[in-house]
Structures are given as C-alpha cells and as structure tokens.
Design a protein around this ligand. Sequence first.
Ligand SMILES: NC(=O)c1ccc[n+]([C@@H]2O[C@H](COP(=O)([O-])OP(=O)(O)OC[C@H]3O[C@@H](n4cnc5c(N)ncnc54)[C@H](OP(=O)(O)O)[C@@H]3O)[C@@H](O)[C@H]2O)c1
Length: 263
Amino acid sequence: MLLKDKVAVIYGAGGAIGGAVASAFASEGAELFLTGRELAPVEVVAERVVSAGGSAEAAEVDVLDEWAVDKHLQSMIDKAGRVDISFNAVGIPNARILGVPLVELDVEQFSLPITIYATSYFLTARQAARRMVPKGSGVIMTVTALHSRTGIPLVGGYGPAMAAKEALTRGLSAELAPQGIRVVGLRPQAMPETGTIKDAFEPRAKASGMSWEQWQELLAGRTHPRRLMTLEEMANVAVFVASDKASGMTGTTINLTMGSLDD
Ligand SMILES: NC(=O)c1ccc[n+]([C@@H]2O[C@H](COP(=O)([O-])OP(=O)(O)OC[C@H]3O[C@@H](n4cnc5c(N)ncnc54)[C@H](OP(=O)(O)O)[C@@H]3O)[C@@H](O)[C@H]2O)c1
C-alpha cells in the first residue's frame, strides 16, 4: 500500500478527477478528507470509498473562501493529527469560459478562469503548507491541461490559467521544498469519460460537422498510442506522485499527454 498512514485532503472531490483520485488514494491506504463546493456529490464519492473498505469524510468547502479552507483543515488536523497530501482538482464549467474568439472576448470572461484557477490553487496550497512546514513533510498537487504549453483556439483565458498554475507549482516548490514539502502538478490529455471534456468538445465537434466519436479519434490520433488516457491511468500516476516513492520529484508538472505535447 503506497499511501498507508497518509492523510489526504482533496478539493473538488465531487468532480471527475477528484473522485477518481479519491478512489485511487483510498485503495492505496490513505485516510481521506473530501471536499467540494456542494456536499451531495462529495458524499457520493465518500460513500463509494467507504463501501470499498476505505476511509473518507465529506465536507462542503468553497476553495475561494480561505476562511472555510482554513477551518476545514483545522478540523482535519484535530481528527487525524496532520495533513500529508493536498490535491486540488477544482474545475469551473467550460461553458463559462470557452468558445469565444480572443478578439471578441469580454475582459471579465477572459480573467475569470485565470483568477479562479490560480486563486483556488494558491489558497489551498498555502493553507496546507502552513500545516506541513512544522512537521517538515507533505505533498501539494494539482491538475492542469496541455493548454498551458500550446496554442489552442477558442479557449479564452483557460490557457493562461493553466500556465499560471504551472508557474505557481514551480514557485511553491522553490519556497517549500527546502522545508521538506514537494509540489507537483499533473498535466493529463483530455479524458473523454469525463463530463468536462464532453461538454467542452461536443459542441465544437458538431460545429465542425463531426460526431463526438470522430472528435475523440482526432484527439487520440495526436497521441503516440493513438488513444486517450483513462481517469484510472491518471489517478495511478497521482498515487505514485503522492507517495514517498516520488521523493525525488518536486517543482514540476508531469506531462501525461502521451506524446501529444513535447517537453
Ligand atoms: N477532465 C479532463 O479530461 C481534464 C483533462 C485535463 C485537465 N483537466 C482539468 O482538471 C480539473 C478538474 O477537471 P474535472 O474534469 O474533474 O472537472 P469537474 O468534473 O467539473 O470537477 C471539478 C470540481 O470542482 C468543483 N468546484 C468548482 N468550483 C469550486 C469551488 N469554488 N470550491 C470547491 N469546489 C469547486 C466542482 O464543483 P461543482 O460541480 O459544484 O461546481 C466540481 O466538483 C480542471 O481544472 C480541468 O480543466 C481536466
């Protein structure tokens, strides 16, 4: 069990990535504190983990409310004694940010993903770091997308938002790694089983006269194995990164695009 005796908090745990990472962490022995903007979807994930024999508690936490993040972490420390892993899987609906050419994009719509993604990661990371520094260990993780490193049309401020998170991963690591804390991001290719990707791409597929299946084939054709990654594969990497086996890894975002994006 790679995460035996590890205590993990996951933000956005009711979402596709948060839920998959929760199941993978629990199956490797982690004690989980799962949070989300709304309680109901997080409770579904917590119940799934517990019925599979794992340990999980669900709570409602808005990551943009630093007081709420702080209060939840404190209650977690009171119960479990520490936080070893902080995983931010928060995402905002793509419908709010995609589809408008940059030259026509409203400045607020442009800024929205940059502000929300960067602020959410900043707040959850620093609150976790404040608990990790005194014990001299911990892992802070998040998720980005290949838009951080390559130009893709009609994604508005999403690319700059992903680039900001990857820069923050490097900055956090530069400050925290000397104190024993690793900071590592994951950059997966689109995982078509997630609602996020279907919502984002199905309208674009239709607009290009393609079916959803044809669109997936187009994306898959850009990867070396000619297929897209599964949530389970991404979550397996998350387990390794969160574990002590990855003790040599910090200040980086792992390229999980299966060859779509060169380093
Ligand atoms: N899905 C993919 O294939 C893929 C690939 C590469 C990168 N990513 C990135 O990975 C992240 C997560 O993706 P996903 O597919 O798991 O998205 P998702 O299923 O929409 O999950 C995101 C979760 O974040 C929660 N959330 C939003 N605002 C919040 C807030 N203020 N406080 C707490 N929780 C909040 C959402 O809750 P509500 O539902 O209540 O809003 C939702 O449960 C995104 O940044 C996405 O861009 C995804």
